[in-house]
Ligand binder design. Structure first.
Ligand SMILES: [Zn+2]
Length: 339
């Protein structure tokens, strides 16, 4: 057995058998921001045989404080995160296969991305994509590990369809667009990323080595700043759950689920949430005021940040000027408005 993995093999719950299983495992990492970087690094070092990393963004200097796979050169060159991650991971472990996919994960590609994988890890920054991943994983009976972090707070839950509650059993409806804090509006510190990712990737190692009895079977909520660690025990899946009970996969259907994105004129994209929200623009202006130039009236808010201008309406619809690339517009929406 490879010297590289000797300490992990010595850990009796993994052993030589577990290592062999890891080498034959295929994992999809959805989103390669702070959490995704940490997942990818851990699983690469652990010797998981195949990793598919999907991300729609490019590296920026504001990522370097917590997104551990990227360096200043990546930010200067504005490399796509999936590519920069693959480059770094290949230096760490050349014995595994890494596939980088530069794409916006949505209803049209999620099923193909996960079909040939054993496990899916959540490294996304928005609930829209998590509900989509949840629908696809329940439909194809794939285990996925939810994780989220903002400020000094994070949460994680392992979702084994039919065995444990799914995301929608616990959070029945998606938070209204524009109502949740994001790392770009509320900030985030690196240690909470390490903690949440540590729990997620430990669960991944348990699953991939067949140690299902050791799963934590809870919704874990951790605040490293306020010293609050909570574990909410999970019961059985909810029979009335739209996703795992009724098997109604609405997020996989284009019209009902997607944030609609339409080009409106030259160099502008409109992003609209699946259901209208009633945003408090005053509060949003307060959250955004340090990130760019903010102007606001009763009906709309205008944020100018770098080369982009976002006009946010009270129903949470946003017109992004400065691009005709839908995935850039969706990414700016997730960062500054939150979805
Ligand atoms: Zn459910």
């Amino acid at each position: 057995m490879n010297e590289r993995y000797s300490r992990q093999i010595l850990f009796s719950a993994v052993g030589a058998d577990g290592q062999e299983k890891l080498s034959k495992s295929r994992v999809l990492i959805v989103g390669c921001g702070a959490l995704g970087c940490a997942h990818a690094e851990t699983l690469t070092r652990a010797g998981v045989g195949f990793l598919r990393i999907v991300d729609r963004d490019f590296v920026e200097f504001s990522n370097l404080q917590r997104q551990s796979l990227y360096g200043e050169t990546d930010a200067k060159e504005r490399l796509p995160k999936a590519i920069a991650a693959k480059n770094r991971l290949a230096e760490i472990n050349s014995e595994i296969e890494i596939e980088a996919v530069v794409a916006d994960v949505n209803y049209s590609n999620i099923e193909n991305l996960l079909k040939d994988c054993d496990l899916i890890l959540d490294g996304t920054d928005n609930f829209q994509t998590r509900y989509l991943v949840n629908d696809a994983c329940v439909k194809h009976n794939k285990t996925w590990i939810y994780g989220a972090a903002v400020s000094g707070y994070g949460a994680t839950m392992t979702i084994q369809p039919n065995e444990l509650p799914c995301l929608r059993c616990i959070f029945e409806t998606m938070p209204d667009a524009g109502t949740s804090p994001t790392c770009d509006t509320a900030g985030v510190i690196q240690p909470i990323i390490s903690v949440i990712s540590a729990v997620q990737t430990t669960e991944a190692l348990k699953i991939l080595t067949g140690n299902f009895d050791s799963l934590h079977k809870s919704l874990m909520q951790i605040d490293v700043w306020c010293n609050d660690w909570r574990k909410i025990k999970l019961g059985a899946p909810n029979a009335d759950c739209q996703t795992c009970g009724q098997r109604n996969f609405e997020f996989l259907e284009a019209e009902s689920a997607e944030f609609s994105a339409v080009l409106c004129g030259r160099n502008a994209v409109q992003i609209a949430p699946p259901k209208p929200s009633d945003l408090d623009l005053q509060t949003l202006a307060g959250k955004l005021k340090n990130l760019g130039d903010v102007k606001q009236n009763e009906y709309l808010l205008r944020l100018t940040v770098g080369e982009y201008e976002l006009t946010v309406f009270r129903d949470a619809r946003v017109i992004v000027r400065g691009t005709d690339d839908v995935s850039i517009a969706r990414s700016l929406y997730a960062k500054f408005v939150g979805a």
